[in-house]
Design a protein around this ligand. Structure first.
Ligand code: PMV
Length: 321
């Protein structure tokens, strides 16, 4: 094949971010904005483009652009691709272009969706037939370079799609969703670094081990109820439990003024419940509510970067034409 493309979805964590870093299960679902990566065979150099960000490397892996003293934001993707090709005995240069509809640094798993789509597109380009496990393994390499010590939840959901109860790499089960297909997403527009937020919570857990354990026990009950609600299609109960999860995240110190403003705005629409999603400190707040509450979501698009309703549990990574 001379050209190939693949796409992968974004995600929202319905319950359990940060607790999942400490080994507790989290409930995550794929959402509809997707990232697409197009690849084609290249000669003598490898080029990766994302909007106006470009990285160019020689055949031997030397950074040609930007100049070596400037940080190359696409390096983790290049490193992932190099490892993937090396381990599958491919010695070749390629060109890749990234098109993502998923807002970055907002808790919606944009970097993992790109990494997963990238790995799948390369697999198709060189006829490697990599399955989900291999795609996740390579995307994890890029995620570690982007975020430090991620739980791996983002590449798993981007590859597998649907909804998952996720406890750690390779340790997950699919969750059936009954009758809850929509969720409201409000982006505060405040970008933050996942690694800094994770370090903050891990420090809290280290300094307050008993408090953290008790919070995690309580979170376990929230999760059990949330799973039951999701499986039965009880959006009102799920919403209430999402709010309780948000309160725990507040105590862990990962909410912020912007997040609380978004939370209040969503609750003001008559949502059943809301919470921050992802690392916190900014990024997105999600909510579920009765049909009437979604209708008024667009009223918030003046005050916030983006406000949208999206379908949950959509398909994972797929090859594109
Ligand atoms: O904000 P995101 O999309 O990077 O999600 C982070 C979720 C955390 O639980 C905070 C970290 C992780 O790796 O699971």
């Amino acid at each position: 094949m001379m050209k190939a493309a693949a796409s992968a979805p974004g995600k929202v964590i319905l319950l359990g971010e940060h607790f999942v870093v400490s080994g507790y299960p989290a409930l995550v679902t794929a959402i509809e904005p997707r990232a697409v990566v197009r690849v084609q065979r290249g000669e003598k150099k490898t080029v990766v483009k994302s909007g106006n960000v470009v990285g160019i490397w020689s055949e031997g892996g030397e950074q040609l652009y930007p100049p070596k003293n400037i940080k190359n934001h696409l390096q983790p993707l290049y490193d992932m691709a190099t490892k993937l090709l090396e381990e599958n005995s491919v010695h070749a240069c390629f060109e890749a272009e990234i098109f993502s509809q998923i807002p970055g640094s907002a808790g919606l798993g944009s970097s993992a969706a790109v990494s997963v789509a990238f790995a799948k597109a390369l697999s198709d380009l060189y006829g490697l037939g990599l399955g989900h496990d291999a795609v996740i393994k390579y995307a994890m390499l890029a995620e570690r370079e982007f975020h430090g010590t991620p739980s791996g939840i983002d590449p798993h959901i981007a590859a597998l799609g649907g909804a998952l109860l996720y406890s750690g790499p390779g340790n997950y089960r699919r969750v059936n969703i009954n009758n809850l297909l929509e969720i409201a997403v409000l982006n505060t527009g405040v970008r933050r670094k996942t690694s800094a937020m994770v370090a903050h919570v891990q420090e809290f857990a280290r300094k307050n081990p008993e408090v953290f354990r008790e919070m995690a026990d309580f979170y376990g009950e929230v999760l059990a109820g949330g799973l039951e609600a999701l499986e039965k299609g009880d959006a009102a109960r799920l919403g209430r439990l999402m709010t309780l999860n948000h309160m725990l995240l507040r105590v862990l110190g990962v909410s912020s003024k912007a997040v609380e403003k978004a939370f209040e705005a969503l609750m003001g629409l008559g949502m059943y419940g809301a919470k921050l999603t992802g690392a916190g400190g900014g990024g997105c707040v999600i909510a579920v509510g009765p049909q009437t509450s979604y209708g008024r979501l667009s009223d918030l698009s003046q005050q916030f970067q983006t406000a949208f309703t999206t379908k949950i549990a959509c398909r994972g990574v797929v090859s594109e034409a």
